[in-house]
Ligand binder design. Structure first.
Ligand SMILES: [Zn+2]
Length: 436
C-alpha cells in the first residue's frame, strides 16, 4: 500500500498560466493525500520517501470519467451506426440478456479500468448489473470509482425477479459502504421510462438513507420526451420533479433534451448533470446544452458512456470533441473554453459526482490522484498552456498515474494487474458473442 512519495521536477497544472515560464516543482504525498507543492529550489528530500522524478512532465489532476458502463467493453464495435432505440432494443438489450454474467462483468470492467487508468482517468462513475463484480475489478486495478448497481422494472442479468431489484441495490450498497477507500457504492435507476415512479421513490429513499448518489439517465433522446407518461404534457424532468427524486444527491445523466425550464428545475433542486458528448453524437441523440447548464451554476461532469456507444473510454478525446461541438451548436467560438471543459473532467466532474471526494485539483489536502504526461512529444509542442491538453492531448501522453497515493501506472505499464491476462479473458468471452 502507500509509501510516502515525492514527485520531483514536474510542472504542476496551476503553474501553466498563459505565456508564463513554467518552473520545475515538487509534489509531496503523505499516505493518500497531497501535503505540499512548491518550486524545486525549496525541495528537501525527506527520509523514507519514494522519489518519482518526473523529468519535466506535466502533472495534472487525475481525470474523472463521470458516466460509464465499464463492462460494455465486451460490446465495443458489436453494433455501430444505429440510432439509440434500434441499438438498445435490437442489439444491446438482447446481447446483455445472453452474455452478461458475473464473470463477464468482472473481466470486462477490469479491461475498461485498465484502458481508463492508462489514459489518465483515476475515477469512474459506473452503473451496471452485477456491479459488485465491477467494484471488485476497479478495486483490484486500484482505480477510484462511484459504482452503482442498476435498477429497472423488468428482469435483467443478476436480477431475474424485478421485485428483488431494490433489495439487490441495498445489499450492494451495504456490502461496499465505507469498506474500501476507493469504492463509493451508489444506485443507478436506469431512466424515467424503465423505472416506475413507485420504484424511483423507493430508490431515492434508499440512496438518501445510505448517503450515496442516485444516478438516472434523463432526457437522452427526443423519443423519450414522447413516451414518458405525461398527462399534463410535461417533460421527463418535470416527471422526476413530481416524483420527488430531484435533490443534491441526484445525478442526471445526458439531459440532451432538457428545455431551459427543465434546467431551471435541475438548478433549483441542486441536481448534478453528466453529459456524454461523443455517445450523444454517435447515437444521433442530439447535443446537450452545456453552456446553459454552466450558466445556471449546475455541477457538470463529462462521461464517455459505455464503450459500445463511443467507442473508447478516452476523456482527452471527449474534452476535445465537447469543446468543439459546443462552439458549433452555439455558433460561438468561446462558448465553452478549454479551461471550463478541463474542469468538467477534473474538479467540476468530481463535485458533480460527490462533493466530499476531495479530488480533481492539485492542492494540499486533496487526495493524491495525479497523472504525469509527457509534453515533449511532437503533437504537444510547443506547449504554451494546459489548453493544449484539451485540444491535443492523448491517452498515450500519460506516463505515470497515482491514485489515492499509490502508483497504478508507471512509465506506461499497469502495475496492479496482468493486462495480457485481462485481454485474453475478454477475447475468450468475445469469441462466443462474435460467433452468434
Ligand atoms: Zn449510460
Amino acid at each position: 500500500m502507500n509509501s510516502d512519495i515525492s514527485i520531483t521536477n514536474c510542472l504542476p497544472v496551476e503553474d501553466m498560466a498563459l505565456s508564463a515560464v513554467p518552473s520545475l516543482s515538487y509534489i509531496t504525498i503523505t499516505g493518500d493525500t497531497i501535503t505540499d507543492i512548491g518550486p524545486m529550489e525549496a525541495y528537501h528530500a525527506g527520509r523514507d520517501r519514494t522519489t518519482l522524478d518526473a523529468h519535466g512532465q506535466l502533472a495534472l489532476p487525475g481525470l474523472v470519467n463521470a458516466h460509464s458502463h465499464a463492462a460494455m467493453t465486451l460490446f465495443r464495435g458489436l453494433a455501430d451506426d444505429l440510432d439509440l432505440s434500434t441499438w438498445l432494443h435490437t442489439y444491446i438489450f438482447p446481447a446483455e440478456a445472453q452474455w452478461v454474467s458475473e464473470e463477464m462483468v468482472y473481466w470486462c470492467s477490469k479491461l475498461a479500468a485498465a484502458e481508463m487508468v492508462l489514459g489518465g482517468i483515476t475515477t469512474v462513475a459506473d452503473g451496471y448489473f452485477f456491479e459488485h463484480a465491477a467494484a471488485k475489478a476497479f478495486a483490484e486495478v486500484g482505480m477510484r470509482s462511484v459504482a452503482a448497481q442498476a435498477l429497472v422494472d423488468f428482469p435483467v442479468p443478476g436480477v431475474p425477479d424485478p421485485t428483488k431489484g431494490l433489495t439487490t441495490c441495498a445489499e450492494f450498497i451495504s456490502t461496499w459502504k465505507d469498506k474500501n477507500p476507493l469504492i463509493t457504492p451508489a444506485l443507478f435507476a436506469h431512466s424515467p421510462y424503465t423505472c416506475s415512479p413507485k420504484n424511483l421513490v423507493k430508490a431515492k429513499q434508499l440512496a438518501n438513507d445510505a448517503g450515496v448518489p442516485l444516478f438516472i439517465h434523463l432526457a437522452e433522446t427526443q423519443y423519450e420526451i414522447e413516451i414518458i407518461p405525461s398527462p399534463l404534457g410535461e417533460t421527463p424532468t418535470r416527471h422526476l420533479l413530481e416524483t420527488g427524486i430531484l435533490d443534491a444527491n441526484t445525478v442526471c445523466v445526458h439531459c440532451v433534451w432538457c428545455t431551459p425550464a427543465d434546467l431551471d428545475i435541475l438548478a433549483e433542486n441542486n441536481c448534478s448533470i453528466v453529459i456524454c458528448p461523443q455517445s450523444h453524437a454517435k447515437l444521433a441523440s442530439g447535443m446537450a446544452p452545456l453552456r446553459a447548464m454552466l450558466d445556471r451554476n449546475i455541477r457538470v461532469g463529462l462521461g464517455t458512456d459505455g464503450s459500445a456507444s463511443n467507442n473508447s473510454l478516452d476523456i482527452f478525446r471527449e474534452m476535445d470533441f465537447c469543446a468543439k461541438v459546443q462552439k458549433m451548436v452555439c455558433n460561438d467560438a468561446v462558448a465553452v473554453p478549454a479551461r471550463e471543459i478541463l474542469s468538467c473532467a477534473t474538479d467540476g466532474g468530481s463535485t458533480a459526482l460527490l462533493p466530499s471526494m476531495h479530488i480533481g485539483r492539485l492542492a494540499p489536502g486533496q487526495k493524491a490522484d495525479i497523472l504525469l504526461a509527457d509534453i515533449h512529444r511532437p503533437h504537444l509542442q510547443p506547449f504554451y498552456t494546459t489548453d493544449t491538453m484539451v485540444y491535443s492531448g492523448d491517452p498515450a501522453d500519460v506516463q505515470t498515474v497515482l491514485i489515492n497515493g499509490n502508483i497504478v501506472v508507471r512509465d506506461r505499464v499497469l502495475q496492479t494487474c496482468d493486462l495480457a491476462e485481462v485481454m485474453a479473458k475478454v477475447r475468450e468471452l468475445a469469441q462466443h458473442v462474435g460467433n452468434q
